[in-house]
Ligand binder design. Structure first.
Ligand SMILES: Nc1ncnc2c1ncn2[C@@H]1O[C@H](COP(=O)(O)OP(=O)(O)OP(=O)(O)O)[C@@H](O)[C@H]1O
Length: 560
């Protein structure tokens, strides 16, 4: 049999995915999300199609973007029995990588409608069927949502099946627009009401819509707006009102009040009202903060943080440095100590040190200052023991030492004890900001951290640095240091441009990628680099269609 080119390519991909030719076993997912934009829009369309095709030996199948069957309708008992026998039923994954060439997985893979006739299926067990699959794409974002597939027994195959599938897919897309319009309308009306009512800064967060009013644009500079937008991500999708705090790069702290908007019982999005307020500790951006050796950061937010720690050390006031992992809590405390309390020994102990309590007692008695790292890892028992130690220090030493803790909020198994017992000794808590809130410090951090790798001849081009300034850095400065370490291992000299950055830095998507997605993204970036940015050549090398590589480049926001 000679295969059509699209089917031949699909067979090659199936082979590369090691699909079992005789008995594929598609993965089963028990917890299906059947209340999504796709399923809501598809339900009435499938109902109508099913009634049109009553008594016809065809089944209508809806899958998500991974090929997982969400719904199956119609069909005579004989067809249903046969489909059950090959697991083409709700919960099973009909991607090409799992079951080989088929109307669902192949439509997703090529990004277009396809009718797969009996013998064109890759696996023997599917050759008795004909499947016409039409991808459903989001009419606004263009992202793939799933597939509408019509399956019948091979002997009933008919080109009209594909027309039916395409029509139904188009109708589903139209209904998505209708629903989105109604939801956006509801959101818009709350947004305008909030703007009128408060006269202040307002942000609207919809599924696909993001609006920030003129007041906010006039009131906050670009860096503060970026930090506000970043912070509102936490509220997105919330069904209850909430308030939260955002530390802004300018040094201001803003209080954000989130209010969800519903259309019936559907969440349309939410409105965030921004209330800016000065903390009593804020400094104007003109405040002079001394340069601390080994600490990089001239952004307003970093200077503000440094200033707070300096004030605390200057008065020997005990302090908690709170922030995500790798933000530089210890680095800052140590540098401030060197600057403000020269000549006094600083001891750094880790919460998981088995000798912690004895060591802390001995060091404090001998007059040392102390930083206790990772206080969120303290056991309840050690918290109680340390409370006794701190109480003794308070009661007995005339020349009190300076004590600081570093802590990552929300990671303690003994949060209550930590908050109520230990932290009450510490009158000041300073929030050490995540790197994504002071990205303007990245250009200075890069050469500093590169130099610390021991490689001196390497620099980064302006484009590469700009790209690093666009990334969210979930692991903060430690993360940046690791990335630069990787670059320094590969390059000992010269200027590193965009294509010399590790794969994870070439994509700016903020979506959390699964391990598999991250591997796929890295493979695409590597193939693009190997083929000097030629997408067609990279697609060929990876065995994917051109349409797929373009879609994946967009999905993963790969910079080419
Ligand atoms: N502002 C900075 N200037 C220079 N180096 C920094 C800065 N912030 C962090 N670093 C570097 O980043 C790494 C992590 O810093 P540090 O250990 O101080 O972070 P941390 O917040 O205490 O981390 P964790 O809570 O994960 O232990 C270190 O290698 C440190 O030298």
């Amino acid at each position: 049999m000679t295969l059509r080119e699209s089917i031949l390519l699909s067979w090659q991909r199936s082979e590369a995915s090691l699909v079992d030719v005789d008995q594929p076993s598609p993965a089963y997912i028990s917890a299906l999300d059947v209340d999504t934009t796709l399923t809501r829009a598809a339900r009435p369309v499938i109902d109508a199609l099913a009634s049109e095709l009553t008594n016809e030996p065809v089944c209508i199948i809806l899958t998500d973007a991974k090929g997982v069957v969400l719904d199956r309708r119609g069909g005579d008992p004989a067809l249903i029995r046969r489909l059950d026998a090959v697991d083409l039923s709700p919960g099973f994954t009909y991607s090409e990588a799992q079951v080989g060439t088929n109307g669902i997985g192949t439509a997703l893979e090529v990004g277009g409608p396809i009718l797969v006739h009996g013998p064109e299926h890759y696996t023997g067990v599917l050759r008795g069927f004909a499947c016409a699959g039409a991808p459903i794409t989001h009419p606004v974002t263009g992202g793939q949502l799933g597939v509408l597939d019509i399956t019948t027994q091979a002997r009933n195959s008919n080109a009209v099946l594909l027309s039916f599938a395409k029509l139904a897919a188009r109708r589903i897309q139209e209904r998505i627009v209708e629903e989105a319009n109604a939801l956006d309308q509801a959101l818009l009306s709350d947004y305008y009401a909030a703007c009128r009512h408060t006269g202040g800064s307002v942000i609207a967060l919809g599924e696909e819509v993001f609006m920030i009013n003129a007041h906010a644009q006039a009131h906050f500079d670009a860096a503060d707006q970026a930090a506000l937008i970043d912070r509102t991500r936490d509220a997105r999708g919330g069904v209850r009102p909430a308030t939260f705090i955002a530390d802004l790069p300018s040094g201001f702290t803003a209080r954000l009040a989130y209010q969800p908007t519903f259309l019936g019982n559907r969440l349309a999005g939410g409105i965030v009202q921004v209330r800016e307020h000065r903390s009593g500790l804020l400094r104007s951006s003109a405040t002079r903060v001394p340069t601390l050796p080994g600490v990089i950061g001239t952004s307003a937010l970093w200077r503000h943080t440094t200033q707070e720690v300096l004030e605390s050390a200057g008065r020997a006031e005990w302090i908690v440095a709170e922030g995500e992992a790798g933000t530089g809590k210890l680095t800052l405390l140590r540098a401030v100590h060197n600057y403000s309390r020269p000549g006094i020994r600083l001891v750094i102990l880790d919460a998981d040190d088995p000798e912690l309590v004895n060591a802390a007692t001995a060091e404090l008695e001998s007059g040392s200052d102390l930083v206790l790292r990772h206080a969120h890892l303290l056991s309840t028992e050690n918290i109680h023991a340390l409370v006794d130690v701190l109480q003794t220090v308070r009661d007995s030493l005339s020349d009190e030492p300076w004590i600081a803790l570093t802590v990552i909020r929300g990671q303690s198994d003994a949060q209550d004890e930590l908050d109520t017992q230990l932290l009450r000794f510490f009158p000041r808590t300073v929030a050490v900001p995540p790197l994504r809130h002071h990205l303007d410090d990245v250009p200075a951090l890069v050469p500093h951290l590169l130099a610390r790798t021991g490689v001196t001849g390497v620099t980064l081009s302006q484009a590469a640095i700009s790209q690093l300034m666009r990334l969210p850095w979930p692991g903060n400065v430690t993360h940046l240091r690791t990335v630069l370490g990787e670059i320094a291992r590969r390059r000992r000299s010269g200027v590193v441009d965009l294509d010399g950055l590790p794969a994870e830095c070439r994509a700016t998507t903020r979506r959390h990628l699964t391990r598999l997605e991250a591997l796929e993204r890295d493979a695409i970036v590597d193939a693009l680099a190997a083929h000097k940015g030629d997408k067609a050549a990279a697609a060929l090398a990876l065995g994917m269609s051109r349409a797929t590589i373009y879609r994946k480049i967009r999905d993963y926001a790969i910079v080419t």
